[in-house]
Design a protein around this ligand. Structure first.
Ligand code: FAD
Length: 388
């Protein structure tokens, strides 16, 4: 019996995911990690089983499940030792299209995204010069008859080489020409194959973990005007509405990571004998694991609350941000406890700990860093003065 069988929501989905993930053991991920290669087979298996279409309504061929179910899927993927970061965005990026796209756009793209025929899992927001200050992005889409011409550069555009479409945020009006800095930003669907033949270039970035992330350059790339989502200049609002979903789902992944680390640490502590007794008999070994467990459980409750609010259509900015922060911290505490419990063996590739350790560290920086969440709570929840 697993340590975490009290996991409540969607038990059938959880056990199906566990079964699917068993086909992708540590050695599969270690091999990819060495090559920084994309887990095609894993993503294909999830696609075929319909999990990446969990949030797409049934009328477009998806499963029409709530965010709570998507959170259970991603949590179990991580708890099984796999890496949902390779494809989690295929679940939620389409939310901008679903909530703000026209009927024609939804008909054109959603059924293909649901079937896996098309991947929409690249999200071009971050730029090298603006960083977290999204309204200062410089990539510009200039209207030219029935198309826009895009120039600029994105960085950290993950999965761009494994996506048919990109959701792109660009300025359509300069920042100094709009009343509010959040105005004048627009969202487009970019057809990657077409763009690659017409001035777009993708350059992979090697990172400390295998994340298929890239820089993307736009040099006079034409994008049809019909690919604009919603109203020109209102794109910032559209991406904000998707960010809560993204934060909740990534928080669920962190809870899954924390469970993986805690289980691994607890098992090793029970079996490793030093000085004639299991190391887990020492409270110095037990306590960091117990602490990480408590932090994970607290984060798990916050994730559940945030997801429930999201599904009910309630405001969930506060809860989504706190869930993301608490879960990322819990997964890191669990990673740290797991590595320390394993002593030298924690550093050996074959235990998978060092790989998961590198992977889970990301979530204190992306998709939003802890400082920015604290700043959100200070300003928007506690009503303290805006600091930037
Ligand atoms: C592997 C990876 C994958 C990613 N995938 C994507 C993707 O698919 N699409 C995409 O658009 N982006 C992606 N990102 C970008 C990610 O969202 C950003 O890295 C993140 O938002 C932080 O921005 P930055 O790196 O520019 O840091 P900066 O904004 O330069 O900040 C650097 C540090 O300063 C702190 N800081 C900045 N301003 C303040 C302030 N006012 N108060 C306190 N602290 C502050 C930050 O918290 C951070 O710790 C990815 C990043 C990584 C590393």
């Amino acid at each position: 019996m697993s340590l975490f069988d009290q996991a409540h929501t969607y038990p059938e989905i959880r056990s199906e995911i566990t079964r699917l993930c068993a086909g992708f053991p540590g050695e599969y991920w270690r091999g990819l990690d060495r090559q920084q290669a994309y887990p095609q087979e894993f993503v294909q298996a999830l696609t075929e089983a319909g999990y990446l279409a969990a949030l797409i309504p049934e009328e477009y061929g998806g499963a029409g499940l709530p965010l709570t179910a998507a959170a259970a899927i991603l949590e179990e993927i991580q708890r099984s030792g796999c890496n949902g970061g390779a494809c989690h965005a295929q679940m939620y990026i389409m939310g901008a299209l679903l909530r703000h796209g026209s009927d024609e756009q939804k008909q054109q793209y959603l059924p293909k995204i649901a079937s896996g025929e098309m991947r929409l899992q690249a999200f071009g927001v971050t730029e090298p010069t603006s960083g977290t200050d999204t309204t200062s992005i410089r990539t510009f889409a200039k209207r030219d008859g029935d198309r826009y011409i895009v120039n600029g550069q994105k960085v950290w555009t993950s999965r761009a080489e494994h996506s048919d479409l990109m959701l792109l945020l660009a300025r359509t009006q300069a920042k100094d020409q709009v009343a509010k800095r959040t105005d004048g930003l627009s969202v487009f669907i970019v057809d990657m194959k077409h763009a690659l033949k017409n001035g777009m270039e993708i350059r992979p970035i090697r990172t400390m973990m295998n994340h298929a992330t890239t820089e993307v350059y736009f040099d006079n790339v034409p994008v049809p005007a019909e690919n604009l989502i919603g109203v020109e200049g209102k794109g910032f609002r559209y991406i904000l509405s998707g960010m809560n979903a993204e934060r909740i789902l990534i928080a669920a992944e962190c809870v899954g990571d924390a469970k993986w680390f805690i289980e691994k640490a607890r098992n090793y502590a029970a079996e490793r004998v030093v000085f004639g007794r299991p190391i887990g008999q020492n409270q110095g070994v037990q306590f960091p694991i117990a602490k990480a467990y408590a932090a994970m459980r607290a984060a798990e409750l916050m994730v559940a609350d945030a997801a429930r609010r999201f599904d009910a259509g309630e405001d969930c900015g506060e809860q989504a941000n706190m869930a993301k922060m608490l879960a990322a911290e819990a997964s890191w505490a669990a990673a740290e406890a797991c590595l320390q419990t394993h002593g030298g063996f924690g550093f050996a590739e074959e235990y998978d700990i060092e790989r998961k350790f590198r992977e889970t560290r990301l979530y204190q920086v992306a998709p939003i860093s802890t400082n920015l969440i604290l700043s959100y709570i200070s300003e928007h929840v506690l009503d303290m003065p805006r600091s930037y």
